[in-house]
Structure formats: structure tokens, C-alpha cells
Design a protein around this ligand. Structure first.
Ligand code: CO
Length: 134
């Protein structure tokens, strides 16, 4: 069912500093910050030859990233995103396997303008998983 690794997301306490680290220390191509109010985050993408790194920073009150940063003040890996070709078929397969979909279970529009769902970390060895339809 799953296809390519679309991105690995890292929550960061200082988005400009993190973007500069990837740009300068690692020589990576880094996109401009983009606010995603529906997700409560500002994102920057580090573009690698085979995948992307998504740097996440809280946006607004009640951001899901704020709680993560409160527990991990220096930042850390937040989720991995796998590509799927049919997100509703993927959802039904996951539910049939007893895996929990977060939120109301309906796909939301993600950072790339495509439908995404998040899966419960307790069902995946403590890792938050995002699936994105491509
Ligand atoms: Co993501």
C-alpha cells in the first residue's frame, strides 16, 4: 500500500535558525516559511534528492506542535509521511487492521495541497505517521 517516503518532519523551537542550519551547515535547498493555519503550524521544507525534511513550528494558540515542544524543548522528530495512491482505500485497509486514524477520520488538505491523514502513534511503535495521497 505505502509508496515513497514523502518527508520526515522535525519540530523546531526556532524556525529561522533551523532553516539556516540546513541551508548553511548542510548546504541544502530550503523553501520559504509557509503558514498552515488549519494545521496550526508554519512549515519550511528542506529539499533533498530523494525526500524532504519538513521543519515545523507552532502557529497560533493550541498548535499541536506546542505540546510536543513543551516536552522536547530543543525540538525533535515529530512524524514521518508515506505516500499512498488512494487515501480512502488506505484508510479502510488500516481500519480493517485495527489501526486508529486521528481526528475525525476524514482526510485534510496537507502542506502540499493534497489529502492527508494521521495515524495513532501507539499503533506504530511510538511514531506518528502521516499518509499523503499523491
Ligand atoms: Co507532514
Amino acid at each position: 500500500m505505502i509508496g515513497r517516503l514523502n518527508h520526515v518532519a522535525i519540530a523546531v523551537p526556532d524556525l529561522a535558525a533551523a532553516a539556516a542550519t540546513y541551508r548553511n551547515a548542510l548546504g541544502a535547498k530550503v523553501t520559504e516559511p509557509e503558514d498552515l493555519p488549519n494545521h496550526g503550524v508554519t512549515v519550511v521544507f528542506v529539499e533533498l534528492p530523494n525526500t524532504k525534511i519538513e521543519l515545523l513550528h507552532p502557529l497560533g494558540d493550541g498548535s499541536p506542535i506546542q505540546g510536543f515542544l513543551d516536552k522536547n524543548p530543543s525540538g525533535g522528530m515529530h512524524h514521518v509521511c508515506f505516500e499512498v495512491y488512494d487515501i480512502l482505500a488506505a484508510r479502510e485497509q488500516l481500519k480493517a487492521e485495527g489501526k486508529r486514524i486521528l481526528g475525525d477520520g476524514e482526510p485534510k488538505t496537507g502542506a502540499h495541497g493534497k489529502p492527508v491523514l494521521f495515524l495513532h502513534p501507539k499503533d506504530f511503535d511510538g511514531t506518528l505517521i502521516e499518509i499523503e495521497q499523491v
